[in-house]
Design a protein. Sequence first.
Length: 371
Amino acid sequence: MIRPIHGPVKEFEFEGYGETAVRAALYAAQHRKCPFCERPFGEQENPVEHFRPKSYALLRLHADPKRRGDESSRDDDRYWWLAWSWENLTVACVTCNGSSHKGNLFPVAGEPLPVGERDLRPERALLIDPFRLDPLDHLRWRPLRADLPRDQWDWRPFHLDELGHATIRVFKLGDVDISPQVNEDLHNEFLPDVVRIENLLSGPTPGQALPAWQTLLTKKLRPGACYVGARWSALEFLRSQPGSPLAALPPPPRPGRHDSPVPDLAGGLPEAPPGLNPRVWWETLRDGALRPDEATLSAVRDQLRAFEEAHRLMALGGLLPDAVEARRVALIAEAQEDQALRECLVFLAAFPVDVSIFSGWSLPDAPTTPA
C-alpha cells in the first residue's frame, strides 16, 4: 500500500487548509459554534481541523467504554488525501477535537475508504457528520429521571442508533465537559420561557401563548443558538408528555444539519479572496483542494493522479523491468521542464522503500528561472 511519510518529509506538508477564507466559510456554515457540542466560540479561537484524521486513524472503539480507541485498529494510510477537501474540514472546539475526545479516533463499521477515494458514501462512518446528517436522527437529550421535579432534571444525551452511541462516546457529550453547560443553558436560558408559555395556555389569556411560542422558536431555536439540539429535544420531550398543554401548539422546526461551507456556483463564479485568481478559486471549490495557489493546486492533483501510475509501474516491476526503467527515464526527462511533475516525483520518492519503486530515484533539481 502506498502512503506518504509524515514528519520530516518537507515536500509533502499538510498546509493550506487553514486559510482565512476557508475558516470564515466554515465558521459561518457552523453558525459560529462547535458543530459537535454546539458551544459558541470566536472565529479565531480554534484552528481548522479534519473530521476524518489526516495523519492516521483509529478505526475501532476500545472494548472498554472507559477507554478511547483500539490501538490495534490504527491505520496510517487514513485519511491524508482528504486534507484539503471541503467535505472533511471543520472548525471544532479544542475540547471536542482534543486527544482526550476525538483526536485521531474515527470509528467505522466495516472497511474504511480505499486510499485516494473521495466519494464518502460507501464508508460506514460511526460519527455523525453534522454537515451531511441531522444529529437529531441519531441522538436526543432527555432528563435522566423524569420522575423528579422539573427544576431538578438532569438532561443527558441518549442515542437512537449506533451513530448516536459512538458520537456521544467519542465527544463525551454526557460528561462533565459538556453536560453541565447544556443543563445550565436549559434551566436558566430556555425552560423558563417554556414555563411562561405553559402558564399562558392554562391561564385566563391562552391567546397570548401562540405569539410567545413563535417568538421562542424564532429566537431560541434559530440555527445560531447554542445547544439548539438539546433545546429542540427538550421541547419535543415536554410536548410528548401525557396532558402537556404544549401539544396544542405547532411542532417546533428541527434545526437540521449544518449548511454546506461550499458557495453555490449556480449563479456564477463567487468572489475570490484577495490575491487569488477567480478561476483558480472556482477550481478550488469544485475539486475540493484548498491549497491557495495555482502551482500547488496543480501539484496536488498530479500527486493524486500519480497513484494510478505508481500502481501500474509496481505491477510491471516484477515482470517487465525494462519497461519500468524506460518510463522512469522518460518521467525524469519530463520533470526537467515541468515543476508540478517534479514535485509529484519528489512526493512519490518520499515513500518507504519497501512500498514504492520511486524510492531512491535521482530526481532533477527545480528548473532555474532565467534572470
